[in-house]
Design a protein around this ligand. Structure first.
Ligand SMILES: Cc1ncc(COP(=O)(O)O)c(C=O)c1O
Length: 427
């Protein structure tokens, strides 16, 4: 697909005699023609709820990362309103200027407690955390302390989120990619690399692969090769672990991770990112993470809401049990009907495999006709020929809604020739 697009782009830009900025309209046309340009669905009500409204029509929503349904939680909303009443709507600056507000510090204490780490630094988004932290650690903000520029190497799982990839672009560290979840490949690459400062970055939960990381195995490899380890736990926090502390809670190894990153727009139901670690490391990040010192702090109203969300998560065993039961129901339902669901682990993000991109697009259209929104992840966000839906189950989905989704998938699967018509796949 990439080759076809590049060829068409060359031909058309040559014909039109344009290049660079002036070729943007041609590029956008090509994206539309090859169905890469994403649909920007405008939701007018029921945002992040199991049922939402799009252009006056009701849709079942299976693509909001609101795992625990905290976005619309009454306590969380009330806490946001109370924070607005007390602090107004913004933090007033970056943390080093006027944005170091008590409610933000309180949120950081609560996240550190939730994750079992010593300290925490929050940012307005997870992207901002990932895009700055690698530089902060591997290119220190003043030369020679504690590591020299151009002395580091960052080892990335090939399926790491784009924000981590972007974070690598701004450092002088060498970027070394290892095959997805392949510890042998990682070890081989660690051995071959003679740079003194090595950082492994991977994810606690790979939502598109249906996998929970075997973190203790990664910690062992990191220690063996003198590397540090950073985990992006965007999809794990709030969802896995006895107290919802994510991957480090799940494996009971918070002290073994050097930097723990997470975001608040998934299980927390709000927005924001964070970086946790030991007190000295977080004290360092407070002044070295450029997206913290050069950008405004997380809004105080969001900090208020997220403190309440953390409280619900810490006491959310029942909520998580319900969520996992529903995720299992959906996953098993798809498998029983004959679909391929990726992944070795049960998580509330269920990757329904399509393979061919165009099959995925047709499936999406059919879901849409039946009033269902679900996001198809396809090239370039997934490897070519490995398109899949990321079906997000939320705590507030009802079994009746899950059944409607499963029945729609059966019907479409038969229509598109993916499944045989059978008793299970009623049409
Ligand atoms: C694994 C992962 N890391 C980081 C991010 C970025 O987080 P945020 O949306 O808070 O910027 C996301 C969001 O999609 C993510 O899935």
């Amino acid at each position: 697909m990439l080759r076809t697009i590049v060829k068409a782009y060359k031909e058309r830009t040559q014909q039109a005699g344009v290049s660079g900025f002036d070729s943007i309209p041609i590029f956008v046309d090509l994206m539309n023609e090859s169905l890469i340009y994403p649909p920007f669905t405008t939701i007018t009500s029921g945002v992040n709820e199991p049922e939402c409204t799009v252009e006056g029509r009701k849709f079942l929503l299976f693509c909001a990362n609101n795992y625990l349904s905290l976005t619309e939680n009454r306590r969380v909303k009330k806490a946001a309103i109370a924070a607005i009443e007390k602090y107004g709507v913004g933090p007033g600056g970056s943390r080093v200027i006027a944005g170091n507000v008590d409610i933000i510090e309180e949120l950081e204490r609560r996240i550190a407690r939730l994750t079992g780490t010593e300290d925490c630094l929050t940012l307005p988004t997870g992207y901002m955390a990932n895009v700055s932290v690698i530089k902060a650690v591997l290119d220190p903000f003043f030369f020679g302390m504690p590591v020299k520029k151009d002395s580091g190497a960052v080892f990335l799982d090939e399926f790491n989120h784009g924000s981590v990839q972007d974070g690598c672009e701004v450092t002088t560290a060498e970027k070394i990619t290892y095959a997805h979840d392949d510890l042998d490949d990682l070890e081989r690459k660690l051995k071959e690399c003679h740079r003194p400062n090595k950082l492994i970055v991977t994810e606690g939960v790979f939502s598109l692969e249906g996998e929970i990381l075997d973190l203790p195995a990664y910690v062992r490899v990191a220690r063996k090769h003198g590397a540090k380890i950073m985990i992006d736990d965007a999809h794990g926090v709030g969802v896995i672990g006895e107290r919802g502390g994510g991957i480090v809670d799940y494996h009971d190894c918070a002290q073994d991770v050097d930097i723990l990153m997470g975001c608040m727009y998934k299980a927390f139901g709000g927005t924001g990112g964070y970086l946790c670690g030991t007190k000295p490391v977080v004290d360092y990040l407070r002044v070295a993470v450029r997206s913290s010192i050069l950008s405004s702090a997380i809004p105080t109203m969001m900090a208020g809401a997220m403190i309440e969300a953390v409280d619900i998560i810490e006491n959310g065993q029942e909520l998580r049990r319900t969520l996992f039961e529903k995720a299992a129901y959906l996953r098993n339902g798809l498998v029983e009907r004959g679909f391929t669901v990726l992944g070795r682990d049960l998580i509330p993000s269920v990757p329904l495999f399509m393979g061919d991109e165009y099959l995925g697009v047709r499936f999406t259209e059919e879901l849409h006709k039946r009033g269902i929104l679900c996001s198809l992840v396809r090239w370039p966000a997934a490897p070519q020929g490995k398109a899949r839906f990321r079906i997000i189950v939320m705590a507030r989905h009802s079994y009746e809604q899950l059944d409607r989704f499963l029945d729609a998938c059966s019907e479409i699967g038969v229509e598109l020739g993916m499944l045989e018509a059978s008793e299970k796949n009623r049409v």
